[in-house]
Design a protein around this ligand. Sequence first.
Ligand code: 2HA
Ligand code: ZN
Length: 277
Amino acid sequence: MIESAGYISSVEAPFIKEMSEITHHMWMQGWDELNGGNISYLLDEEEVAKYINVLKPLRTINLNFPVTELAGKYFIVTGSGKYFRNVIKDPEANLGVLRVSGNGDSVEVLWGLRNGAVPTSELASHFMSHIERLKVDPTHRIVLHTHATNVIAMTFTHDLDELKFTKTLWEMCTECIVVFPDGVSVIPWIVPGSSEIGRKTANKMKDHRIVIWPHHGIFGTGSTMDSTFGLIETVEKAAIVYNLVAGKEIKQRITDQQLSDLAKAFNVTPKAGILEV
Ligand code: 2HA
Ligand code: ZN
């Protein structure tokens, strides 16, 4: 355990600034209406202890989905029912810094979530996804869920088969196959906030960084806020283009051979079973 004596004011913490900036930016995109969207960000104990007293938890919240793999880990998360629009005005009411207990069945609130607020309703999906991403990528840090408008729209008009969905997205903008050669995954429609949607999402996270929830939104993961947001932004951009061209006569397209040439040129391995070359 790190000593916290003499810590700097919490509002100066770079991780609180990052959360405030990205939630504001995402709200400006129109993706996070009302209390839509949630973020969790795995932090280093040393970094947290510079700004927050880690020796004095404010309270404990029990989890109904134990996460022993995350025992002792620190996260900053958005609060349940909180609006992305409001984070920048009052981070301490809308965000919380948590530490998972030693046995993984509860979290201690170390900062924020003022007035008895609780972590995001999608904490199961977040924590279970962190567990799976950390197994395949030790640099993994962020899980970001948002109601990206055009991705949602596309789940009404496009086949939900994830290979077909991925291929269409790759075909929409030249850079897509380079940004997400691992493709996107799609789960069936499930009631949000449940452990079931958490398990289904995390299962896809074993080999994807993006999971689409039909008629709801998208989950993206990554090592930094920039890369995670950028990944979702790129998928959403492809969905925008799809929604603009779908139903219209396609006169020319990016071919499978061109997608394959792109993958070679940028040294990425496209998800198998999609390109026919
Ligand atoms: O936080 O986005 O999925 C509200 C949601 C639930
Ligand atoms: Zn949602």
